[in-house]
Every structure is written in structure tokens, then in C-alpha cells.
Design a protein around this ligand. Structure first.
Ligand code: COA
Length: 134
């Protein structure tokens, strides 16, 4: 799993207990996952469908640097399933893990549409290759 996006935990990211607010972290993960799915499926019209159990393994505190990793585990007909792990960049201690995040590929009317992908691609896909840009 590649860990690309890093975040520096700031005061506005904390809960009243003084540690990283779970809702803030989930928002970052949702965005990270949809960007991953858009790049993999080559379509900007992708939505979150399902997120499995979320395991908040350990907390993060102000000043910590964390990094988020996402990897595709299954390519369905209209969906893509991913796994997520968040860890402390310095100590490598796991902060959170999610086994399944399912995103669905949509057409311009918002209906599920086959994406035709079967495996992870690493090639850069330009915006010109998106279906509604042609
Ligand atoms: C995404 C949406 C269009 C899918 O509609 P739907 O009627 O469930 O569509 P389908 O039944 O054809 O399922 C689409 C895909 O999702 C998968 N799926 C559906 N329900 C699922 C679930 N509970 N868990 C995992 N995958 C699921 C299906 O297996 C299918 O994948 P596949 O084609 O690869 O086999 C619709 O559910 C929707 O608009 N949801 C809201 C999305 C949204 O707003 N997200 C942001 C949340 S704030």
C-alpha cells in the first residue's frame, strides 16, 4: 500500500478530548478514496456507496504527522472496493483501518454504469480522457 497524502494535525482538527476528531479523519479518508477511485476509473462521477467497520486503532494528537494509504482490492462491474490504512508518519503506528470502502461509477444522469476496469493502473490519466470530455 502506498501512503501518499500527509496531514499535520492542527488545533482545529481536535475533539474536546484533545486528540484527532474521528469525523475530521473520515472526511479526509472519503476525499482520498474518491480521488483514488476517480483516477482508477477515469471518471469524475464517482460516489461513496458503502464503508465497512472503522477501527480507530490509536489516537493522534496535535502536531503529529499522519499519512493515508488506499489500495483497490476489487474491481466490480460498476464499483470499486478499496482498503484504507492511516498511520503516524514518524512512528508508523496504525491510527485507523477500514477493510472495505465501496465507490460506484456513475453516468451523467447519476446511474451506475460499468467502468470496464479490472486491475490497478498506475499510468497518469489526463482529464481529456474522461468520457464526458470527449
Ligand atoms: C450509488 C447509487 C447510485 C447506487 O445505486 P444502487 O441502486 O445501489 O445501484 P446497484 O444496486 O446497481 O449497485 C451498484 C454497485 O454498488 C454495489 N453495492 C450496492 N450496495 C452495496 C452495499 N451495501 N455494499 C457494497 N456494495 C454495494 C453493487 O454490488 C454494485 O456494484 P457492481 O456493479 O460492481 O456489482 C445509489 O445508492 C446512491 O445514489 N447512493 C448515494 C450515494 C451518495 O450520495 N454518496 C455520498 C454519501 S454522503
Amino acid at each position: 500500500m502506498n501512503f501518499h497524502t500527509r496531514k499535520w494535525i492542527k488545533p482545529e482538527d481536535l475533539n474536546p478530548n484533545g486528540s484527532l476528531f474521528g469525523g475530521r479523519l473520515l472526511s479526509w479518508i472519503d476525499e482520498e478514496a474518491v480521488i483514488y477511485a476517480i483516477v482508477q476509473l477515469g471518471n469524475p462521477h464517482v460516489v461513496t456507496k458503502y464503508i465497512s467497520e472503522i477501527n480507530f486503532v490509536s489516537s493522534a494528537k496535535q502536531g503529529d504527522i499522519i499519512e493515508m494509504g488506499i489500495t483497490a482490492t476489487h474491481f466490480g462491474t460498476t464499483s470499486i472496493t478499496m482498503r484504507c490504512e492511516v498511520r503516524n508518519k514518524i512512528t508508523r503506528k496504525t491510527i485507523l483501518s477500514i477493510d472495505k470502502l465501496v465507490f460506484v461509477n456513475l453516468d451523467k444522469d447519476g446511474n451506475p454504469v460499468p467502468h470496464g476496469k479490472t486491475e490497478i493502473t498506475y499510468a497518469y490519466m489526463s482529464i481529456d480522457s474522461y468520457p464526458d470530455k470527449q
